[in-house]
Design a protein around this ligand. Structure first.
Ligand SMILES: [Zn+2]
Length: 320
């Protein structure tokens, strides 16, 4: 078992327009994100711009030889930062991350989520060296992704439930042993997220800052215990499974948000506060057709077994 405890990146609040870096840089980005902020990034010495379209290792490998310069900049959301972490790791270059929306927790993690055989696998890559936060940029993001990282904190509600459920059923392997103290910390982070949902959803600086704090604490809690059970459970499994039916391209929150509501319902939890927070953060809960939701739920127990995902409510759906 690995004894590594990963750190969070250094995080600095800074207007993108005032940022200066003379090092020749490769920018890893997505079309929409780059066109939204490129004008503000005149302080970068851009040597190459690589646009990413899929979370696919082969596609990222193909970009490897196009990386040039002394530093990599990730500009965008989860897809850009996951690809940039991979390329920074492969090319052993420093990595600066410029989020254009608080859409996921990936800005703070050391792994890159990749699609593989109809599921999502996390490759060990590396955390960014620096994350620059420009709250005016985040506030100006499209509302449905602006604070969609809320989903990666609200998922504590269903992920932690799964962890306790697995414990009660004797299904936690030694490496994911249930820890009451970690569960309590996760619950406090969840409460802080519910508390800031409205302000973050509106794009208020203080609300977005509190969401950053929640994301960072959630990530570091998982780093300390060496797994993501307090934060990742059946709601993410639903998201991974349903992506096969709806196709790639929907934002993480559009998939995980409905997963949280569906799994919390299956767990017998009160979904009212979760729904309120998702609504406040403009997470669309209706992007997946009802028939597709039903089909995915019906197939989920077999899906999670096939992909050997850690035990949770998804494993026993439909068992009465
Ligand atoms: Zn997630």
């Amino acid at each position: 078992m690995s004894a590594v405890i990963w750190p969070l990146p250094k995080v600095e609040e800074h207007a993108f327009a005032d940022w200066r870096d003379a090092r020749p840089a490769t920018v890893v980005t997505t079309t929409a994100a780059w066109s939204a902020v490129r004008q503000q990034l005149h302080g970068l010495n851009v040597a190459a711009v690589l646009e990413v379209t899929t979370a696919d290792v082969d596609a990222w490998q193909a970009l490897r030889s196009h990386v040039t310069g002394e530093v990599i900049y990730a500009v965008g959301g989860g897809l850009a930062v996951d690809a940039a972490k991979f390329l920074a790791c492969e090319r052993a270059l420093p990595l600066v991350c410029l989020p254009t929306a608080l859409s996921v927790d990936a800005f703070f993690t050391w792994a890159s989520g990749v699609r593989s055989d109809g599921c999502v696998r996390y490759l060990v890559t590396r955390p960014p060296d620096l994350v620059l936060l420009d709250y005016a940029v985040l506030a100006a993001a499209p509302p449905s992704i602006r604070a969609a990282g809320m989903c990666d904190v609200l998922s504590i509600a269903t992920g932690s439930w799964d962890w306790r459920f697995a414990e009660a059923r004797g299904q936690n392997p030694p490496s994911m042993r249930y820890l009451g103290w970690a569960d309590h910390i996760a619950a406090a982070i969840l409460a802080a997220a519910l508390d800031c949902a409205e302000a973050a959803g509106r794009g208020d600086r203080d609300g977005l800052k509190q969401l950053v704090d929640c994301l960072a604490l959630e990530v570091q809690l998982c780093n300390q215990i060496g797994h993501a059970r307090p934060e990742e459970g059946s709601e993410h499994y639903f998201a991974y499974a349903v992506e096969n039916a709806v196709g790639k391209g929907l934002p993480h929150g559009d998939l995980v948000g409905p997963g949280i509501v569906l799994m919390a319902q299956a767990q017998g939890q009160d979904v009212t506060p979760l729904r309120r927070a998702l609504d406040a953060c403009h997470i669309p809960l209706d992007r997946i057709l009802p028939a597709v939701v039903q089909q995915t739920l019906a197939e989920l127990p077999a899906y999670v077994r096939r992909h050997a995902l850690p035990f949770g409510i998804a494993h026993v759906l439909g068992e009465g």
